[in-house]
Design a binder for this molecule. Sequence first.
Ligand SMILES: Cc1cc2nc3c(=O)[nH]c(=O)nc-3n(C[C@H](O)[C@H](O)[C@H](O)COP(=O)(O)OP(=O)(O)OC[C@H]3O[C@@H](n4cnc5c(N)ncnc54)[C@H](O)[C@@H]3O)c2cc1C
Ligand code: FES
Length: 250
Amino acid sequence: MQVVDITDSINESDNIKTIKFKWPAESKPGQFIMVWIPGVDEIPMSLSYSDGITVDSVGEATQAIHALEKGSQIGIKGPYGNGFDLSGNDFLLIGGGTGIAALAMAAENLSQAGKKIRIAIGARTASDLLFVERMKALGEVHIATDDGSSGHHGFITQVAEKLITVKKPDMILACGPEPMMASAVKLAHKIPIQCSLERHMKCGFGICGSCQCGKFTVCKDGPVFSGEQLGQMEDFGKWKRDSSGKSVWF
Ligand SMILES: Cc1cc2nc3c(=O)[nH]c(=O)nc-3n(C[C@H](O)[C@H](O)[C@H](O)COP(=O)(O)OP(=O)(O)OC[C@H]3O[C@@H](n4cnc5c(N)ncnc54)[C@H](O)[C@@H]3O)c2cc1C
Ligand code: FES
């Protein structure tokens, strides 16, 4: 574990903050780190920047991260996980909620490599939309909100369906709520798709079964899985284990 200094804390919305830190490690788009908050917990977070994470405050550990200020310290382990395979030329990225955080570095790498990218960003409401300006600098951005306060009024998968049918990308990357990703896999049909899963993690190294999805574990085999692997997971988009280990429906 490396103890790092927080260099910046940026409000992205009422409930979401980006935390930047001094961290020289190399990482791949789609990888995650384990963040240790002294005296609280250790939790997985996608790298939204090579030196930063973007955190939705949902419980004790994420609230504690939000309370940290410039100059505070956190512990970091990783980077972990396989990350996205960026082979292909014409990409559709689908990010729901904080899921766009896991896709942001992929979008930057693809843009730098001169590849075609369209980015579909969905959120409950306009103020929850993340990284819209950052993504506009990289590719064509499409927006949907559940309440219609920005972009398409409805689910981001409805926007993605049109883009898949009309633009015919040759690779789709997705991250967000599992039911959203399960819809994206169906829409992709024969187009290759990779989804980054965010299951509840405890051990972080494939032993406890907390992040099990079908025969795979998200911490050891993922977090990114191909459409073919997702098709073998009977629980994908349907149920997951909660913090007590009980199976709960999405
Ligand atoms: C590989 C990976 C990458 C992740 N990347 C991000 C990220 O970039 N930004 C971000 O904000 N969050 C991310 N998460 C989710 C994040 O780890 C959890 O929200 C966090 O662990 C919750 O901790 P807590 O103590 O604040 O809340 P808890 O008190 O543990 O939980 C509060 C609520 O959040 C739910 N929750 C807990 N863990 C998860 C989870 N893994 N996925 C979905 N819901 C969960 C609980 O069921 C509960 O309803 C990621 C998870 C994984 C596995
Ligand atoms: S967190 Fe224990 S198996 Fe993945």
